[in-house]
Write a protein that binds this ligand. Structure first.
Ligand code: PHE
Length: 339
């Protein structure tokens, strides 16, 4: 029996040494030490031993069990450590790999220009006012002194929702909203979308953007308007920019002007950008018509004011030399990521 025990020990140790994973070790444990295992079978046979032999074999059997257990235990931790090591090797982070490039978004060129212009006027003390794109015909036309036969009122030129409600054709109705129920001083700008029934082409879109300005106070003169717009042109297009006021007509301003800036590419000599003119038209402006002040409950004998409206697409196209307005709406990242 002693020999059998020694053989079991040798065989078990060999099995443990050969095992390479946890599963095989567990199976080895069962095969030798389990209920139906080799060692257990020997212990069961101890009943047939003499009283002198029994304690000797018993002690030896315990020793063998202990040794097998210890061998399994030791191998098990070695196997586990090896498995962990292997996993760490495989899951190792390669810090030399280039990082995944994150492409941050950016503001659309129209939004950039809107922000730049707004910053300039806010710097001059204007605050930003908002008005709805779906507007009352009254605010868009009547209150702005646009006569009943004015061509822009025609349904061929304007998107009507009902005869009284429309998509605003200009940001000027925000002037009315800024003045109604308020008394001067008023000093606002208002950027936003406007809509007209225009066919899409390189310089037209049924939806485009304007930035409106309005200042009403005591003793406001045409000189204040000119000074304000000259200062704006210098800040935006460069210190040497000159401005030119050409007589024009808007129903809600009197006198009215179209304002040009000297071409910031050629300085006024004439080039491709200004089409040889030396000047580029950028906005409409004028002194607020007394009727408009009256329509808003402001006394034109006490107060006067000026207003202007800049086309944002125009400014963007001039600034960046963009020849076709449609690029601004196509959301092509190859175009947009240049700004
Ligand atoms: N609303 C005018 C337009 O759309 C521009 C303008 C605004 C003119 C304010 C004068 C004063 O053409």
């Amino acid at each position: 029996m002693k020999k059998q025990l020694e053989e079991i020990l040798v065989a078990a140790k060999a099995a443990v040494a050969a095992a390479e994973d946890e599963g095989t070790l567990k199976a080895t444990q069962v095969a030798y030490l389990g209920k139906k295992g080799a060692l257990t079978a020997i212990l069961r046979g101890m009943g047939g031993l003499s009283a002198e032999e029994r304690p000797i074999i018993g002690a030896l059997a315990n020793e063998v069990r202990g040794e097998i257990e210890a061998a399994i235990e030791e191998k098990l931790s070695a196997v586990k450590a090896a498995e962990l090591e292997k996993r760490l090797q495989n899951e190792k982070v390669d810090v030399t790999l280039p990082a995944k490039a994150k492409k941050p978004g950016r503001l659309h060129p129209l939004s950039q220009v809107e922000k730049e212009l707004s910053d300039i006027f806010v710097g001059m003390g204007f605050s930003i006012a908002e008005g709805p794109e779906v507007e009352l015909a009254y605010n868009n036309f009547d209150a702005l002194n646009a006569p009943a036969d004015h061509p822009s009122r025609d349904f061929q030129d304007t998107f009507y929702i009902t005869p009284e409600v429309l998509l605003r054709t200009q940001t000027s109705p925000v002037q009315i909203r800024a003045m109604q129920g308020k008394q001067p001083p008023i000093r606002i700008i208002s950027p936003g979308r406007v809509y007209r029934c225009d066919e899409v082409d390189g310089t037209h879109s049924p939806m485009f953007h304007q930035l409106e300005g309005l200042l009403v106070d005591k003793d406001v003169s045409l000189g204040d308007l000119k000074g304000t717009l000259e200062q704006f042109a210098k800040l935006y297009f460069g210190e040497n920019t000159r401005t030119r006021f050409r007589p024009h007509n808007f129903p809600f301003t009197e006198p009215s002007a179209e304002v040009d800036v000297s071409c910031f590419v050629c300085g006024g000599k004439g080039c491709r950008l200004c089409k040889g003119e030396g000047w580029i038209e950028i906005l409409g402006a004028g002194m607020v018509h007394p009727h408009v002040l009256e329509n808003c409950g402001i006394d034109p004998n006490v107060y006067s004011g000026f207003a202007f409206g800049v086309g944002l697409e125009r400014v963007v196209m001039i600034k960046y030399g963009i020849e076709d307005m449609r690029y601004l709406y196509e959301n092509d990242l190859r175009f947009l990521s240049q700004f």
